[in-house]
Write a protein that binds this ligand. Structure first.
Ligand SMILES: Cc1cc2nc3c(=O)[nH]c(=O)nc-3n(C[C@H](O)[C@H](O)[C@H](O)COP(=O)(O)OP(=O)(O)OC[C@H]3O[C@@H](n4cnc5c(N)ncnc54)[C@H](O)[C@@H]3O)c2cc1C
Length: 450
């Protein structure tokens, strides 16, 4: 493989990881990031404070050698701790095996470790305070604005990769130039981050090894643990309408909402009103775009290619899996960059679209269905089927979070499995007995790659 030069836009979560993969293959990488260096200046890492890391993300971190370091600072979450309106709680485990857990990780910590790891390869330079404002893909020119002086500078590139997130400027240039299919679908719901601080004694106020959910039909509150014994809560809520971010504004509105809907949570949140009024409201949207490249010159990856809503905890995990997938193609198709970019688009686009769709479906499940009797019955059948047909029937959540199965395949298998559960419940509405022979016929053959 001959050495190539890459320009990456964005040093968020995907940019430095991809840079490491490229650098470890001998390529030379320059990353341009619009924000200052968060290792030197105290700035927000943007978006959520903590994230759920699962198998796909862990796999990529292992491939670049960073997993052991990151793992030290993660908190395992075994399942969803459901908080009912009356304050009672119950844990719904994510999986049936000991290792089927997901991990809460600090976004800022992870981002800083990724940047340092990339730089330590010796082949990566990160230029901060450089905001891409436009790209001329014909002439191989990128226009940046420097955030300290507001000066505009033009730089040339050989190959540019957009890791610049959901509002990607590189994507805009590719869409204009290459006439690619692109649609951004707003969810209509946004989010606000709030805090459950530690107890005065320095302990967690609620169970740390769980992802807490207060499902309330049209909206929900969730909480993930942090290493400082606090929890970051996120209220996912309609942007407009009778009960929405437009209508809940004053101290009274906020207290009324929380006292009536989250009475056990409000007791744990002494700075609720202040946090609600001062923290920004983020909006949520899914980005569908196809293809993700322009000849051998430009490529999109991570949220720039497929921003998804956060309800499967997969945006970062999917972005990290993109990097693994691109690395496999680089190793298979040496130096043929048009073929590499083309193959990447052909295989990954449908996976990006599948996880975007599944993430929207999971919002309905989390905020509304998790407490239904019907949902619980289906979940019991699902877990029984998994025990009955190991490796052949894998609950959709597990396929997404604990396996490397491509998302598009997960989506298809998930639909078939949904139908199998329907049929099992048709035969015995209690879900107690399962006709093994009937299910056997409906299942695919075992696949050793799972
Ligand atoms: C509330 C919320 C919760 C989430 N929870 C999870 C979770 O639990 N698990 C999970 O896997 N995913 C989660 N995600 C998704 C995850 O945050 C994203 O998928 C992930 O950050 C994508 O990484 P990225 O590097 O592609 O984009 P980003 O992290 O957005 O990074 C983009 C980078 O590009 C820079 N940039 C942008 N524009 C320019 C420009 N013009 N010039 C130069 N630099 C630029 C930005 O400053 C930033 O550093 C969540 C998202 C949200 C909003």
């Amino acid at each position: 493989m001959s050495k190539a030069n890459f320009t990456l836009i964005g040093a968020g979560l995907t940019g430095p990881l991809l840079a490491t993969y490229l650098a470890q293959r001998g390529h030379s990488v320059e990353i341009y990031e619009c924000r200052p260096d968060m290792r030197k200046e105290s700035i927000s890492a943007g978006r959520s404070i903590n994230l759920a890391l699962s198998a796909r993300g862990n796999h990529a971190l292992k491939e670049v050698g960073l997993y052991d370091k990151i793992k030290l600072n993660t908190i395992p979450m075994k399942g969803r701790m459901i908080h009912d309106l009356d304050g009672s709680t119950h844990l719904q485990p994510y999986g049936q095996k000991e290792n089927e857990v997901i991990f809460s990780v600090s976004r800022a910590q992870l981002n800083m470790e990724l940047m340092t790891w990339a730089e330590e390869t010796g082949n990566v330079t990160i230029r901060f305070n450089h905001q891409l404002i436009s790209a001329d893909l014909e002439q191989n020119k990128l226009m940046f604005q420097l955030s300290d002086s507001l000066e505009e500078i033009e730089l040339s590139f050989t190959r540019v990769i957009g890791c610049d997130g959901s509002a990607s400027i590189l994507r805009k240039s590719i869409v204009e130039k290459a006439d690619i299919q692109y649609v951004k679908k707003p969810l209509g719901h946004g989010y606000k981050e709030l805090t459950i601080p530690p107890l005065e004694s320095g302990e967690f106020q609620i169970e740390p090894n769980a992802l807490h959910i207060w499902p309330r039909g049209n909206y929900m509150l969730i909480a993930l643990p942090n290493n400082d014994y606090s929890f970051t809560c996120t209220l996912f809520f309609p942007m407009a309408g009778a009960t929405s971010f437009k209508t809940v504004k004053t101290e009274k509105d906020i207290l009324d909402l929380f006292q009536s809907q989250f009475p056990d949570a409000i007791k744990l949140m002494p700075t609720l009103v202040e946090d609600f009024q001062s923290n920004p409201t983020g909006d949520l949207a899914s980005v569908y775009c196809k293809p993700w490249h322009f000849v051998d010159k430009a490529l999109l990856i991570g949220d720039a290619a497929h921003a998804v809503v956060p309800f499967f905890g997969q945006g970062m995990n999917a972005s990290f899996q993109d990097c693994s997938a691109l690395a496999i193609l680089m190793d298979q198709i040496e130096d043929e960059w048009t073929a590499i970019f083309n193959a990447f688009s052909s295989t990954q686009v449908e996976n990006g679209h599948a996880i975007a769709d599944m993430a929207i479906e999971n919002y309905l499940e989390m905020r509304d269905h998790v407490n239904d009797t019907e949902y619980k019955k289906r979940r019991n059948v699902e877990l029984k089927l998994e025990r009955m047909f190991p490796g052949r029937f894998i609950p959709r959540y597990s396929m997404v979070s604990f396996h490397q199965i491509p998302y598009s395949e997960v989506y298809q298998r998930g639909r078939k499995q949904f139908k199998i559960i329907d049929d099992v419940l048709k035969a015995d509405p209690s879900g107690q007995s399962i006709d093994k022979a009937m299910v056997e016929k409906m299942l695919p053959e075992p696949d050793s790659s799972n």
